[in-house]
Write a protein that binds this ligand. Structure first.
Ligand SMILES: Cc1ncc(COP(=O)(O)O)c(C=O)c1O
Length: 380
């Protein structure tokens, strides 16, 4: 697939994209869900509460080795130096982990930067984003913000992507098909074999962006990741992030794995200009073998307590393979949101059209205990 518009910074500016670029830059400062249009609900998501369970963060935090590396990086006076050498070390490590060449990797300021950039490209092509609804909106929003359109495809009864219905919506080369596996807010994964088949077929005519932000939290990560499908002739980018299982959301690091050609195009657009301490943290986190599994164990154990409570309260929930749970409260979202807030627990915004469902993230044990007590009070 040839994109009509190479996304060099110069072209962005010439084509009147300066204001767009400004938008993109400011939106990189915070997680998209937290900052996009500061509605009262979104402000509430970052308001001070005892348990902030609204943004799917991992408050267990980074690996101690990553924390030490970031502090050491600053103590060593690296703040005044461009991190060119370090960046190559990080790219090499990621390439080794993903089994691709360094040229297949594009770093980004959180994986959200990639979602926005790709969405922006298709928007400016007057293309369309096909995505699951409810779903994560960063890429679709960038498509509409830049003049394209969106085609939301309702999730199926299990609240998983409806792959057949999505494939049926593909228009052609102007389509970007966005699959977050696991999905946000439902937390569900799709069958790996079916998804692989979907990616192979759909990428023959459209571009597929497979978002694996939460996949390390799912069971059988190795059997589920489809990063192995990336190759030079396929219109596919797999997006990954250090924000979730690595506990580095505040450091803003993510990356894409894609064809060399598309990676180069994205890199040209000044993507992935990371800071020195964040690179140091990511390198140390990747080298801390065992950290991801340990972090996952803590999240899964805490999630089990929440699911047990929901079963006790008779509340249906989607099969979560993530650090958050989407469940049916049976009451208007605004009411539940406000009642939980009163108990000093923030939950996620509403995800229309599922207006009597709520998403709550897994926090620290004491935060989760507070949330369970609040849920008992509010829904019991
Ligand atoms: C599905 C999904 N993809 C991507 C992101 C972007 O995260 P980040 O920019 O921190 O990598 C998020 C954030 O919540 C998400 O839920």
């Amino acid at each position: 697939m040839n994109f009509p518009e190479p996304i060099s910074r110069r072209q962005w500016l010439i084509s009147g994209g300066a204001s767009l670029a400004g938008l993109a830059l400011s939106s990189r400062l915070l997680n998209f869900e937290a900052q996009a249009q500061m509605t009262p609900e979104r402000l509430a998501a970052v308001a001070p509460v005892k348990a902030r369970l609204s943004l799917n963060e991992n408050p267990f935090g980074p690996s101690p080795a990553a924390l030490a590396a970031m502090l050491a990086n600053l103590s060593a006076g690296k703040a005044c130096r461009y991190p060119y050498g370090e960046v190559n070390e990080l790219i090499d490590l990621i390439a080794k982990k993903e089994g691709v060449a360094p040229e297949n990797i594009v770093l980004s300021v959180g994986s959200g930067e990639i979602l926005e950039t790709v969405g922006g490209l298709f928007g400016r092509m007057k293309g369309e984003a096909i995505y699951a609804s409810p779903g994560y909106l960063q890429l679709p929003s960038a498509v509409t913000a830049n003049g394209g359109k969106v085609i939301p495809v309702p999730v199926n009864a299990r609240q998983e992507h409806d792959l057949d219905a999505m494939a049926a919506q593909v228009v052609g080369a102007s389509s970007v098909v966005y699959v977050a596996n696991p999905n946000n807010p439902t937390g569900t994964v799709v069958d790996t074999a079916a998804l692989a088949e979907f990616v192979k077929e759909v990428s023959k005519k459209a571009f597929v962006l497979l978002d694996e932000a939460y996949l390390d939290i799912a069971d059988n990560y190795a059997g589920r990741t489809l990063v192995g499908l990336v190759h030079e002739e396929r219109n596919l980018l797999v997006a990954r992030t250090f924000s979730k299982i690595h506990g580095l959301a505040g450091m803003r690091i993510g990356y894409g794995v894609t064809s060399r050609k598309f990676a180069a195009q994205l890199r040209n657009g000044a993507l992935g200009t990371l800071t020195s301490p964040s690179i140091a943290g990511a390198v140390a986190s990747l080298q801390d073998t065992g950290f991801v599994a340990a972090s996952r164990t803590k999240i899964v154990a805490e999630k089990a307590k929440l699911l047990a409570l929901l079963r006790e309260l008779g509340r249906p929930y989607a099969e979560s393979q993530t650090n958050f749970v989407f469940f049916q409260t049976g009451r208007p979202h605004a009411e539940v949101h406000a009642a939980m807030f009163k108990e000093s627990v923030s939950i996620a915004r509403a995800f229309p059209p599922m207006n009597d469902w709520a998403r709550i993230s897994i926090g620290l044990p004491e935060e989760n205990a507070l949330a369970r007590a609040a849920l008992r009070k509010v829904l019991g």
